[in-house]
Design a protein around this ligand. Structure first.
Ligand code: ZN
Length: 341
């Protein structure tokens, strides 16, 4: 990465606190439950040995970890998440020490300072969940603004390295295959969420600006990966993409498992897969961010309008989410089957 790119990537990391959860817990459980059913006998046995649970239960772990918070005295402790998110995290309630240990080793190894007036949990490990590539790009490239060496693509590769008995590259501190597997069970899902890979960068009039061309980012027009874009009075655009389609429960229906099984097998080197998948998600994000209009009403406050109306937009979005779950489930299984054929 050029120094200029590094500088602007850092700036983006400084400016963009992502939302609490990518796909909500149900989305991660669906992805995991698809993968569980596509694993080889050996891979399935290794998952159970390392985690004690299947990938469906393991999917939310890396978001449960976000409830490890820094206290005023500098120590870390686990505070249960609010609302629905507490339920999938209860599976790990006997082992909060493992979460605190992971967070402690991954909190300060990159710069992700506190953003004023937000509740962002700003340890470095929170940046492992996303990239913010400008939606105008056609592919993922490490030189683009919104990427860095501790982003989602890098985190997936670091976890794969550990499963292959290689050291995790800095800044990642992954102490075991168990931890690497918890990371992958979650992050491969995040990589399919369009707003966790691509982002709209907006000018004051709501039109897209291109940070890779202008090499400037105006903090007053940031959207934080869509987290500062409101849809009506209370919804936010990013979290609407995190929400699962309402007709799905926390276990994938057979149709999604069958669709995942029918996808073409992964080819090429395993080290190149996460970049290829990020590129695929950027293409999906272009569609997700087409036919919308943004209006700024204040600092960190945008509103979105949908050209074909809200309901039509989210009917399409629900289908896209299901397609993405299918791809993510197949990808997660592909990694683990490669590691444990
Ligand atoms: Zn995540």
């Amino acid at each position: 990465m050029s120094r200029l790119a590094a500088t602007f990537s850092l700036l983006v990391a400084l400016l963009l606190p992502q939302g609490a959860f990518a796909w909500n817990a149900t989305g991660h459980q669906i992805v995991g439950s698809i993968a569980d059913q596509l694993l080889t006998v050996n891979a399935s046995r290794q998952v159970k040995l390392l985690l004690g649970v299947g990938l469906r239960e393991a999917g939310p772990w890396l978001d449960c970890v976000k409830s490890v918070r820094k206290q005023p005295d500098g120590t870390l402790s686990y505070s249960p998440p609010k609302e629905d998110y507490d339920k999938p995290c209860k599976a790990f309630s006997n082992d909060h020490s493992a979460m605190i240990d992971y967070v402690g080793r991954n909190w300060v190894n990159c710069v992700y300072p506190e953003v004023p007036n937000t509740s962002a949990n700003t340890g470095c490990h929170n940046t492992y969940h996303f990239d913010d590539v400008a939606v105008q790009r056609d592919r993922f490239d490490r030189n683009y603004v919104g990427t860095n060496d501790h982003d989602l693509v890098a985190a997936i590769n670091a976890a794969i390295a550990v499963l292959l008995d290689r050291p995790a590259p800095p800044p990642f501190d992954i102490k075991s295959k168990r931890e690497a597997l918890f990371m992958l069970a979650h992050l491969v899902g995040d990589l399919g969420q369009p707003l966790h890979v691509a982002a709209p960068y907006l000018g004051p009039d709501g039109s897209l600006v291109d940070p890779d061309v202008t090499h400037t980012i105006d903090p007053s027009t940031e959207t934080a990966g869509g987290n500062w874009i409101k849809d009506g009075a209370s919804d936010n655009f990013h979290s609407e993409w995190d929400d699962n389609p309402k007709d799905l429960t926390d276990t994938a229906p057979q149709a999604l498992v069958d669709a995942a099984r029918a996808l073409p097998p992964q080819t090429g080197a395993i080290e190149d897969w996460s970049v290829a998948w990020a590129t695929d998600t950027i293409v999906v994000a272009k569609k997700a961010m087409a036919k919308v209009k943004y209006t700024q009403t204040g600092p960190r406050l945008w509103f979105i309008d949908f050209q074909d109306g809200h309901d039509a937009y989210f009917r399409d979005a629900d289908q896209t989410k299901k397609d993405q779950y299918v791809k993510c489930g197949a990808r997660l299984a592909a990694i683990l089957n490669k590691v444990w054929p």
